[in-house]
Ligand binder design. Structure first.
Ligand code: HEC
Length: 149
């Protein structure tokens, strides 16, 4: 397990859950765990909806809701709980088709791995390359793209 070494103020935030991280490439079994963990009344409906998703999207969704939704929102529209506080610029809105049209798998992979600063933007999106293996980032990319479908 790699530990996050970053000057980002989100380093701690990113590193702690990383210790509990499960590999994206690992078999399906994980999905059941997520639902068990969620434990809400929505679990059953969520389980049914999840069952129809391809594995990479499913795993991307699981990772996204743990690591990204706090800023990007569960629905990917950029209005997570940090939105409207001190976050400037606001988190990318993945439901914005015009924005997502310009995002290729490569560019999404690059900005997720190196953070928004690595693509010449602000440093408000932390670099995730030390938190996730590349197959997990592929899963995140697959899931992020679903918001604009
Ligand atoms: C602390 C809040 C925060 C967290 C957590 C966060 N992001 Fe971001 N993200 C942002 C902000 C703010 C931007 C906009 C940065 C900018 O435009 O300068 C952004 C932008 C992005 C972009 C667009 C980058 C571009 O090229 O324009 C992608 C893709 C992205 N985030 C993916 C993710 C993923 C995947 C995760 C979870 C692994 C994540 N983010 C977690 C705040 C966050």
């Amino acid at each position: 397990m790699k530990t996050k070494v970053s000057i980002s103020k989100f380093a701690l935030f990113a590193a702690i859950p990383a210790l509990m991280l499960a590999g994206c490439g690992k078999p399906q079994g994980k999905a059941g765990k997520v639902i068990a963990k969620g434990g809400s009344a929505d679990s059953l409906a969520a389980a049914e909806a999840n069952a129809n998703l391809p594995f990479d999207v499913k795993e991307g969704k699981r990772l996204f809701s743990h690591y990204c939704s706090v800023c990007h929102g569960e629905t990917g529209d950029g209005t997570g709980q940090y939105y409207g506080s001190s976050l400037q610029p606001s988190p990318a809105n993945f439901t914005d088709k015009a924005f997502m049209k310009n995002m290729t798998d490569e560019s999404l992979t690059k900005s997720i791995t190196g953070g928004s600063a690595s693509v010449g933007k602000s440093n408000m999106c932390p670099p995730w390359g030390k938190t996730f293996e590349s197959d997990e980032i592929e899963c995140l990319v697959a899931y992020v793209k679903t918001f604009s479908k």
